[in-house]
Design a protein around this ligand. Structure first.
Ligand code: C2E
Ligand code: MG
Ligand code: MG
Ligand code: MG
Length: 282
């Protein structure tokens, strides 16, 4: 009897493994097709200037729409896209969509100051030797001015190869493309490295922002990050601002910019356009 039970257990195990392998294969197939058919969409989350309360820029966030109407979030497919080597092509599509959107806004709102968009890069994209040429190509094709496009990279990406990262940042800066350091505080970068990276803006990771109203240490950590960034000549964006209290504390701490559900969720292109039109003050 014991042997029989053992055997049954084994079969269950095999079935589960088989299921998850099939699911991964299915996802892989769907992802390749989505890249070919350019099925991805870009959503735009407002970033607000805390001095004026006005819209300062947008962050481009990729979404994968399914036939069911559901939107698949990047955390569910970016890791696989990286593994399959699809991320470079996906990243290029996002860059193109964001640049085309900016040009569209330029035409829709002539005479208005164009709202810049920041695009997230994956590590694989950032270590492409021809990244600068690729970006210049996209910008050239869309007819956008380079100064409106910004890139978001994480400190982890910078620390993987600090020397070549520094070189890449310098080349981007020469082309007038601004770079933001995303998710600051979650990686392992040594603070002594920070001043060596020519980044314009530091984005404080949402996990720190969530703690500013909960514990005194949380607030002090954000205060120090803001001071550090300002001393290095960088602007600071707080991520994941969800409440009026978060906003109040961030203003008190002299944080320059903020984004989060308190202001707006990531919006589709149409809703983002409507937001520019109504030009709200927060
Ligand atoms: P991220 O760059 O740190 O983006 C911020 C994430 O926080 C977004 O999740 C955004 O929707 C979410 N968020 C914004 N405000 C709030 C808030 O108030 N509360 C909470 N809890 N969350 C908030 P999303 O869109 O799911 O993206 C997740 C991550 O996927 C991004 O983190 C980024 O690392 C990556 N990602 C997104 N788009 C792209 C892309 O085009 N290319 C690459 N390589 N990665 C991308
Ligand atoms: Mg980001
Ligand atoms: Mg972030
Ligand atoms: Mg984050």
């Amino acid at each position: 009897r014991a042997r029989k039970r053992g055997k049954k257990k084994m079969e269950v195990f095999d079935a589960t493994m088989h299921d998850s392998a099939v699911t991964t294969l299915q996802l892989e197939h769907e992802l390749r097709r989505a890249v070919e058919r350019r099925e991805f969409k870009v959503f735009y989350q407002p970033i607000v200037d805390l001095k004026t309360g006005r819209l300062a820029s947008f962050e481009a966030l990729i979404r994968w729409p399914k036939a069911s109407g559901m939107l698949v979030s990047p955390n569910e497919f970016i890791p696989l896209a990286e593994e399959l080597g699809l991320i470079v092509e996906i990243g290029k599509q996002v860059l193109e969509m964001a640049c085309i959107q900016m040009v569209t806004w330029q035409r829709t709102f002539p005479g208005h100051q164009l709202i810049p968009v920041s695009v997230n890069l994956s590590g694989k994209q950032f270590s492409q030797p021809d990244l600068v040429e690729e970006i210049e190509g996209v910008i050239g094709e869309t007819g956008l001015s380079a100064s409106h496009l910004k890139l978001e990279i994480t400190e982890t990406m910078l620390m993987e190869n600090p020397e070549s990262a520094r070189l890449m940042l310098t080349r981007l800066r020469e082309k007038n493309i601004k770079v933001l350091m995303d998710d600051f505080g979650t990686g392992y970068s040594s603070l002594s490295y920070l001043h060596r990276f020519p980044c314009d803006t530091l984005k404080i990771d949402g996990s720190f922002v969530s703690r500013i109203t909960e514990e005194i240490e949380g607030k002090e950590i954000v205060r120090i990050i803001v001071m550090l960034a300002h001393n290095l000549g960088m602007n600071v964006i707080a991520e994941c601002v969800e409440t009026a209290e978060h906003l109040e504390v961030l203003r008190e701490l002299n944080c320059d910019l903020a984004q989060g559900y308190y202001f707006a969720r990531p919006l589709d292109a149409e809703a983002a356009t409507e937001l520019i039109r109504t030009n709200p003050t927060w």
